[in-house]
Ligand binder design. Structure first.
Ligand code: GLN
Length: 311
């Protein structure tokens, strides 16, 4: 429902919510058993502009786990904490063309990029080496500064992924054989699984995306969270690999750097313009939220936001 009295952006979001509400395609992820408990009806959208305005509609304050949407932020953090050389030495920046959980590494036996599990586990490993037992708190604090508030962890989702995450364990063992991660697989995955279980809302997601769009300055709190270097490199990798093996299609059709998570979130960050966050837990075969994709397509088309079609 959208009233003529609403500001245009609010009206646009309400229209999207009404239009895509009845789309029941896709399925809630359940390979992490606890994620299967999500309410498939939930649908929230939020958009943050760089002057700090936050628009919201639907279930925009319902918490869900960040999952793979943690990857760009932790990559940015690793670039700033360890320096670009240390990070770029072990993690590539090429799209893999594979699903997010692929065990395939590149010709150097390094992860293709930081947006797939192998690369994200490597980032968690680098931070674990740098910060030891404080690694997770460092990550949670940074995610909180991107969102502009302190963030909790869903312990049930963390426990559920810890007991079932053998594929990620296999990836981590492989990374250890090529010396990409140095700490024990258990120590590194404790950081990675916990980082994936951080709870955010669509509103948080929009503000986090807007912080990337704003050269690392949170537009609501005014805090410089990461450096402009880290932001531009993170957005680059989101552009080429943020939507996994749908990334080419995404940048062709939507043209906005984005990242999805199997919890049902999608964040999209258009430099110098806005951040969008969406939550709807039914996923397509690539692990991307079905309604979230539609919202991003509609936003891009309605406002002509494709980044390569700008005047
Ligand atoms: N924690 C999830 C995993 O490693 C994150 C995957 C995702 O959101 N695509 O499988």
């Amino acid at each position: 429902w959208a009233s003529a009295a609403m500001p245009p952006l609010q009206r646009f979001l309400s229209g999207c919510h009404a239009d895509f509400w009845s789309d029941h395609d896709g399925a809630v992820a359940n390979y992490i058993p606890e994620l299967g408990k999500a309410d498939p009806a939930h649908f929230g959208i939020s958009l943050a502009t760089l002057d700090g305005h936050v628009y919201e509609v639907g279930d925009s304050r319902v918490p869900f786990t960040i999952q793979s949407m943690s990857k760009p932020f932790v990559f940015a953090l690793a670039l700033d904490i360890l320096g670009s050389d240390a990070v770029e030495r072990v993690i590539g920046v090429e799209p893999s063309g594979d699903p997010f959980n692929s065990i395939r590494l590149n010709a150097d036996n390094h992860p293709f990029n930081a947006m797939v599990n192998a690369g994200a586990i490597t980032c968690s490993g680098l931070l674990r080496q740098a910060r030891q037992a404080d690694a997770f708190d460092t990550i949670r604090d940074a995610l909180g500064r991107f969102a502009g508030r302190k963030l909790d962890v869903d312990d049930a989702v963390f426990a559920s992924e810890s007991t079932t995450g053998d594929r990620n364990r296999a990836i981590a063992y492989l990374l250890r054989t090529s010396d990409v991660i140095k700490d024990s697989v258990d120590d590194v995955l404790a950081v990675y699984f916990r980082q994936c279980a951080v709870l955010i809302t669509a509103r948080d997601c929009a503000i986090m995306a807007a912080t990337l769009a704003n050269r690392g300055v949170n537009p609501v709190t005014g805090e410089q969270v990461v450096t402009p270097y880290a932001v531009s490199r993170t957005l680059s990798v989101m552009t080429s690999s943020g939507m996994y093996d749908f990334a080419g299609e995404w940048i062709y059709r939507v043209g906005i750097p984005a990242k999805s998570g199997v919890g049902g979130g999608i964040l999209a960050s258009l430099p110098a313009r806005l951040g969008l966050g969406s939550y709807s837990p039914r996923l397509d075969g690539h692990g991307n939220s079905v309604r979230g994709i539609k919202v991003c397509e509609a936003l891009s088309a309605h406002y002509g936001l494709h980044m390569l079609n700008r005047s």
